[in-house]
Design a protein around this ligand. Structure first.
Ligand code: IMP
Length: 200
């Protein structure tokens, strides 16, 4: 699949913050962006068991409904000692109020219950690009690290205050956004997408 400069694509999200972040990452590629929310597209239920599966499901639904190419992302925290949880349920663990305090406490409690010494974890981001005809390509990025409790830092979002990326001592909640964006799972997935879309 190839996209050309000036082309409009749909970002398959109803979250204005996520759409703005993705539009910023896509601007250097010369792509114009509309969000699924803006186009009034329905929000499909995330029923797949993998990040790639859920990203593909969202991208395909948006491409089919809009007749445009669509880009979707799905991401989350994968904790080794918890068998990969919260994984694709990362957002759901925060409940309808999107409160990540209890979600981070749940991770800590589960590690204690299992007497787990292994604190390794990673963030994963899967990006899916779908054509209106249903063709789909996936780009994945990961950042490895470990968890520390109690949570530290106010700068990020979600599980950032408990995640210390490999080679660093501060959590993602303590470092500046530009430092996080230089190494994050999302940045790595976008770098793969941008490399695949760049004219050869
Ligand atoms: P999604 O919108 O279904 O992809 O949900 C992603 C969820 O994973 C978010 O709500 C966060 O809980 C978590 N997550 C993904 N990326 C990050 C990150 O960079 N920092 C902290 N939490 C993240």
């Amino acid at each position: 699949m190839k996209l050309s400069r000036g082309q409009t694509i749909v970002v398959a999200t109803h979250n204005p913050g996520k759409c703005a972040e993705i539009a910023e990452l896509l601007a250097p590629l010369g792509l114009a962006v509309k969000s699924a929310g803006e186009l009034g597209l329905p929000e499909p239920e995330e029923t797949e068991g993998t990040f790639a599966g859920n990203a593909a499901l969202k991208a395909r639904a948006a491409a089919k409904a809009s007749g445009l190419y669509a880009l979707a992302d799905d991401s989350g925290l994968v904790v080794a000692a918890l068998g990969g949880a919260p994984g694709v349920h990362s957002a759901r663990w925060a409940g309808p109020g999107k409160d990540f305090g209890p979600a981070m406490a749940r991770v800590e409690r589960m590690l204690k219950e299992r007497d787990a010494r292994d604190r390794s974890a990673k963030f994963v981001c899967a990006l899916a690009l779908s054509s209106p005809g249903g063709e789909t390509e996936i780009f994945e990025g990961e950042i490895e690290g470990h968890l520390e409790f109690p949570p530290r830092g106010q700068k990020g979002f979600g599980y950032d205050p408990i995640f210390v990326p490999q080679g660093m001592t501060r959590t993602f909640g303590e470092i500046d956004p530009h430092e996080k964006h230089a190494v994050s799972h999302r940045a790595r997935a976008f770098a793969k997408f941008a490399a695949a879309m760049a004219p050869k």
